[in-house]
Ligand binder design. Sequence first.
Ligand SMILES: CC(=O)N[C@H]1[C@@H](OP(=O)(O)OP(=O)(O)OC[C@H]2O[C@@H](n3ccc(=O)[nH]c3=O)[C@H](O)[C@@H]2O)O[C@H](CO)[C@@H](O)[C@@H]1O[C@H](C)C(=O)N[C@@H](C)C(=O)N[C@H](CCC(=O)O)C(=O)O
Ligand SMILES: Nc1ncnc2c1ncn2[C@@H]1O[C@H](COP(=O)(O)OP(=O)(O)OP(=O)(O)O)[C@@H](O)[C@H]1O
Ligand SMILES: N[C@H](CCC[C@H](N)C(=O)O)C(=O)O
Length: 490
Amino acid sequence: MQLAELLKEWPCSVKGGSIRVEVKGIEDYAQGVKEGDLFVVRKGRNSDGLKYINIALENGAVGVVIEDEKQLDSLKLSVPVIWVPNVLKFMSYSAAKINRYPAEAMQVIAITGTNGKTTVSHFIGQLLYALHKNVIVIGTNGIYINGVEVHLDYEHLTTLQPKHLHKILKVALRKGVEYVVLEASSMGLSKHRLDDCSINIGVFLNLAEDHIEDHGSYEKYKAAKQLLSSLSEQLVLNGDDSFCRTVGLQAKKKKAYFGLGNRVDYQLQLLAEGLVSSTCCLQSKKGQKVFSIPFVGEHHLQNVIAAISTVSELGFGVEEITEAVEKLSLPKGRLEAIENEMNLDIYIDYAHTEAALRAVLQTLNKTVKRNLIVVFSCGGDRDKHKRLKMGAVASKYADMIYLTSDNPRSEDPEQINAQIAAGFSPKQHYEMILDRAKAIETAIQNAQEGDTILIAGKGHETTQTIGSAEIKFSDSESVKIALDKCTKKQ
Ligand SMILES: CC(=O)N[C@H]1[C@@H](OP(=O)(O)OP(=O)(O)OC[C@H]2O[C@@H](n3ccc(=O)[nH]c3=O)[C@H](O)[C@@H]2O)O[C@H](CO)[C@@H](O)[C@@H]1O[C@H](C)C(=O)N[C@@H](C)C(=O)N[C@H](CCC(=O)O)C(=O)O
Ligand SMILES: Nc1ncnc2c1ncn2[C@@H]1O[C@H](COP(=O)(O)OP(=O)(O)OP(=O)(O)O)[C@@H](O)[C@H]1O
Ligand SMILES: N[C@H](CCC[C@H](N)C(=O)O)C(=O)O
């Protein structure tokens, strides 16, 4: 697309060079610029794109986009310098336009909420696939087309940056994909990553505390989540959550509420709960239906009803949806049970917020046969105030806690754990073993037949970030290694 064509509908000023040049893509990482890209100068937390203009030009940038108007005069370049009022919004607009707005040709479902986004997006993806639709799911656990993971070599965020998002959507459209299910993180929304991805249904799951420090305050975090409402044509909201109710009340658009409580359009009632499955009754304007769900826990009932109501709002019948629900599976690292011969119930779960840890512990507490043992820590360079609260929740349910490391990043894991332990009850039994593999091994070694072990916080993750080093690490691999060692010793 010609630069002149790209800029036609956007407020901007241009100096130097020619606007008749062909633009192939948009890039804000200088080293990633390819021949024909526009380089976007962005001031970040650690650095400033201004320092890398020369690298971008050497790599073939055909224009440089800036946000600071003064640079229009100060930058003397051989290519056009383009001033726009907001580079993040411009990146979203231009990535969508260069790729010819692929989202518009598909049904897009975007999910926000503090907890459950990955789970619900995978549920919706699985349901649509079972209903013979081609579907792409994009989120924390990666990118999946019809359940098959697509491996890409760029930085993986929960909500993709527009430069990646619209490119992958264009490929998906070519492959015949009809439905896009994506996670809308608060960071993604506030950084305008989804501004030009036309969203048919916006799903609101819940609001609890996370990423408060990234946003600056709880109010700002809430406002970021709420942005999804204005970006969506239609809303599906959790009627049991007061924030979601408020979003619904303020939105003058088509909406449907789901929940376990009353006054909702799609209500799920728990009839019976087994060890690994639940029997439920769905009441909706489309009728009543009893069916079984292949997992337990109130939070997962919430996730299931969120997925059912969304797919129903897309126009599918309740009968066919509930049939498919019986075959749903949880995404990797969510209440993932690890089989073993030691008669232990071992689970890996991605709980890394207070609400998530409470949800998973309440669930396990119902089925625990003997002691409940928790192995966890909190991420470094992330909300500090959640640490004490997660400590208090863990201590409410756990007989024994192993404090360890969970991506300490630039922080001292011992200090992080001290902040967690400050929330423990005075009688709490606990031990600190910073090496996560060792902590897992010790927990398994010291456990007695019938105990339940929850390893929380890292779920599907395959790395451990210590300082600036990213080391290969997986909870499930570590559990398997520990189990091997323990069974050999027996
Ligand atoms: C807070 C945030 O969004 N940070 C993102 C941001 O970093 P930054 O603004 O600090 O950028 P910077 O490193 O200072 O660099 C400034 C500019 O110089 C450029 N640069 C920099 C160095 C260089 O060698 N060459 C170069 O061109 C950079 O590309 C950038 O344009 O831009 C970087 C490059 O694109 C991102 O990697 C980084 O996301 C990091 C990875 C991140 O962790 N973001 C998280 C908080 C996030 O977005 N998470 C949400 C999930 C959260 C949730 O669960 O709700 C997500 O959607 O994934
Ligand atoms: N509806 C829910 N309410 C509370 N907790 C939940 C809910 N669904 C899942 N969880 C908990 O949150 C953890 C993370 O779930 P999931 O990955 O689906 O959420 P997410 O919103 O995508 O998380 P993030 O974006 O922070 O990575 C789960 O492992 C579980 O412990
Ligand atoms: N999306 C979340 C994931 C946190 C997972 C936990 N393992 C951690 O590192 O804190 C974040 O980047 O904050």
